[in-house]
Design a protein around this ligand. Structure first.
Ligand code: FE
Ligand code: FE
Ligand code: ZN
Length: 292
């Protein structure tokens, strides 16, 4: 049994603090933003307690972690200053990811804003062609998106088009987000195997590297991107999950998820309480509780 499951944790106390937080939830993987997700200010690597963190991780059997690029990065932007920032930030973020010992950096492909989807796809691919190096030891994992606004990556075809245009696309992976694929219209509840078949035909299952495991506050196809807690009912103050425990449990225990980092990005209550520990234990053990 090699379920590798964890959640987003804070880098505020360095890699050591992040790993300690993950272990406190019963996790054996975790995901971090290298600083605030909504800005590009970053703490110098020397202050991130990387050695102590890695030692602690070895002691707790954590060998695979995920970095998430900040969501303000937009490689599809036509505005020079936004695009240049995305290029320079990602270049240093790749160095940080390697220094932190992670093999995966998750990236929202981008939003085309006032242009169109083809413009955005070309712009993203051009950017990745400038950033990717042959000596990189990691995968840039494009995330499957919910399709809100002008987001690119709302279906497997858009992701495949980006990949085709990237020269060193052996460095490109995919992060499959359960909330986003559900919100963009894929029936992961009743037909996860069918969705995987489609993924395989269009992108290739060998690209699938990371999962984001989230419920959704909205019905399939809503294109909203609002995450729900796992198995949450109407009584949950954060709202009801439309995907449901059985579907998420099936995905988490599906052979395709074996050994891959499965990362919860489920909601907190008032920024003070999360349910990661309960959610991880439910998903590991299959304890079918009706409500959290
Ligand atoms: Fe994301
Ligand atoms: Fe996600
Ligand atoms: Zn999301």
């Amino acid at each position: 049994m090699s379920l590798k499951i964890g959640s987003h944790v804070s880098i505020g106390k360095g890699l050591l603090g992040a790993a300690e937080e993950a272990v406190s939830y019963g996790a054996n993987t975790f995901m971090i933003y290298t600083g605030a997700p909504q800005n590009t200010r970053r703490t110098p690597l020397e202050q991130l307690k990387i050695e102590e963190g890695q030692k602690f991780m070895v002691e707790h059997n954590i060998d695979d972690i995920v970095i998430h690029a900040p969501y303000i990065i937009n490689l599809a932007s036509y505005k020079p200053h936004i695009y240049e920032l995305a290029l320079s930030f990602l270049t240093t973020e790749i160095q940080r990811t390697q220094a932190l010992g992670s093999s995966y950096i998750v990236l929202h492909p981008g939003s085309y804003t006032d242009k169109d989807v083809d413009y955005g796809i070309n712009r993203i691919a051009d950017g990745l062609n400038q950033i990717l190096h042959p000596d990189m030891n990691l995968f840039v994992c494009l995330e499957t998106m919910a399709g809100k606004g002008t987001e690119i990556g709302r279906n497997f075809e858009e992701l495949a088009q980006i990949i085709e245009k990237v020269e060193r696309n052996e460095k490109i992976g995919i992060c499959f987000d359960t909330c986003h694929t559900h919100d963009s219209g894929y029936d992961i509840i009743n037909n996860f195997d069918g969705v995987l078949d489609e993924f395989d035909k269009i992108i290739g299952l060998d690209r699938l590297k990371v999962f984001h495991i989230n419920g959704s506050l909205n019905p399939r196809g809503s294109q909203k991107d609002r995450h729900a807690n796992i198995n949450a009912t109407e009584e949950n103050p954060r709202g009801k999950d439309y995907i449901g425990f059985d579907a998420i449990y099936h995905i988490v225990h599906h052979p395709i998820a074996q050994g891959k980092p499965l990362i919860l990005e489920t909601p907190w209550l008032n920024n003070t309480t999360n349910l990661y520990k309960e959610e991880i234990s439910m998903l590991r053990g299959g304890k079918i509780s009706n409500e959290l």
